[in-house]
Write a protein that binds this ligand. Structure first.
Ligand SMILES: C=CC1=C(C)c2cc3[nH]c(cc4nc(cc5[nH]c(cc1n2)c(C)c5CCC(=O)O)C(CCC(=O)O)=C4C)c(C)c3C=C
Ligand SMILES: [Fe+2]
Ligand SMILES: [Fe+2]
Length: 338
């Protein structure tokens, strides 16, 4: 009997922290129409003419600071561990492959390995807890582009989002317990940001997201695919699990690129506000990521840490991501088996 295929897909990372490889990564990533969703001519000018040439060398310097001599990019390192640990759990009736939406290992190569092993059923898990067109949606599109051209199509299923997955929530809560959350003045749930227009586009009613007051603060039937609403929901579930009162935490969005408005509030502004209020110690969750990466290790710990200290704060502590935690592998196993 043929094996069942499981394909874990994360975002992607450069092949090395050299400027050339970071530029190559940024070009592939940012030329995706779901990521920079403007007209193709403008996107090409922006990415090839401005962002890759200018951000490339800057990002390369950042990647050099998080790159491990032996294991390389943290995102790829933890993704490989997740793949191996899930394969061990599922045993030889399953074949677990790993791919990155951008750069390596490519989705095409992972699908080819599954095809060569005569796998007839593939379960795809885009490794993004909250649905966004720029992340999950782009993985769907890429996979359907490839498989749609095969002479015979396997059964394919996708996990659309897992923003409320109990074992994921438990893993973030367990990881926070290691830092004694009560000893912090304030807690941030900092999600990757998105341009506001992408939230508006994802609203099928065209009249709710960013049009109604407090639209995305609670998840309901109208906004159930809204990235911001799902992010708020994840944060509330972690806060409930840890009994963190409402006034002690803030939900915010990081990593803004360009000058268009992104989902708010911005993490950087919240960090500054809290420092100005005299807060000294911040604990930061990044629940849009299932593995530590540039956006957690560098942006939160170093960038926001430095900003907070420059304004009188003392310490910013990142809650480690799901990485290779056994309860997170339990979560993945359960997603596959159910
Ligand atoms: C228009 C720009 C971007 C959108 C939209 C966007 C959405 C988005 N990204 C992630 C996850 C990750 N992004 C990462 C890095 C990263 N993201 C952007 C831009 C957008 N992301 C850039 C330019 C970069 C590169 C780094 C930099 O120059 O700042 C990463 C980290 C990768 C790593 O190698 O460590 C992740 C993960 C999600 C989930 C998302 C939509 C919700
Ligand atoms: Fe990103
Ligand atoms: Fe919304």
């Amino acid at each position: 009997m043929s094996k069942k295929g499981v394909l874990l897909v994360n975002l992607g990372t450069p092949d090395s922290p050299s400027t050339a490889d970071v530029r190559k990564y940024l070009r592939e990533f940012l030329m995706d129409p779901r990521v920079i969703d403007v007209n193709p001519v403008l996107r090409t000018i922006l990415v090839k003419g401005f962002i890759a040439p200018t951000r490339g060398p800057k990002s390369a310097k950042l990647y050099q600071q998080i790159w491990d001599e032996k294991t390389g990019s943290p995102l790829l390192h933890y993704s490989k561990l997740q793949q191996q640990l899930l394969q061990d759990r599922l045993g030889d009736k399953y074949m677990v492959e790993l791919a990155m939406r951008y750069q390596s290992p490519s989705i095409e190569s992972a699908l080819t390995r599954l095809k060569d092993a005569l796998v007839q059923e593939i379960q795809v898990i885009p490794m993004f807890p909250q649905y966004a067109s720029a992340s999950t949606g782009s993985v769907y599109e890429k996979i359907m582009d490839i498989v749609g051209k095969w002479p015979t199509s396997p059964n394919i299923s996708f996990i659309n989002s897992f923003h409320d997955n109990e074992l994921m929530i438990e893993t973030f809560a367990n990881n926070a317990q290691k830092h004694d959350p009560e000893s912090y003045d304030h807690i941030l749930f900092s999600f990757h940001g998105l341009p506001q227009r992408q939230l508006i586009k994802s609203d099928h009613t065209h009249s709710y997201c960013l049009k109604v007051d407090g639209c995305c603060e609670t998840l309901n039937d109208t906004n159930k695919f809204c990235y911001s609403a799902q992010s708020h929901h994840t944060a509330k579930l972690i806060a409930q699990k840890l009994n963190i009162p409402k006034e002690k935490y803030t939900i915010c969005f990081q990593s803004r690129l360009g000058s268009d408005p992104w989902v708010q509030p911005y993490t950087s502004e919240i960090v500054a506000k809290l420092a100005n209020e005299g807060k000294k110690r911040l604990l930061v969750f990044c629940p849009a990521f299932v593995a530590d990466c540039l956006e957690t290790v560098f942006e939160v710990t170093k960038e926001y840490g430095d900003e907070f200290k420059a304004l009188g704060g003392e310490h910013v502590q990142l809650v480690e991501s799901l990485n290779d935690s056994p309860t997170w592998i339990d979560a993945l196993e359960k997603m596959v088996r159910e």
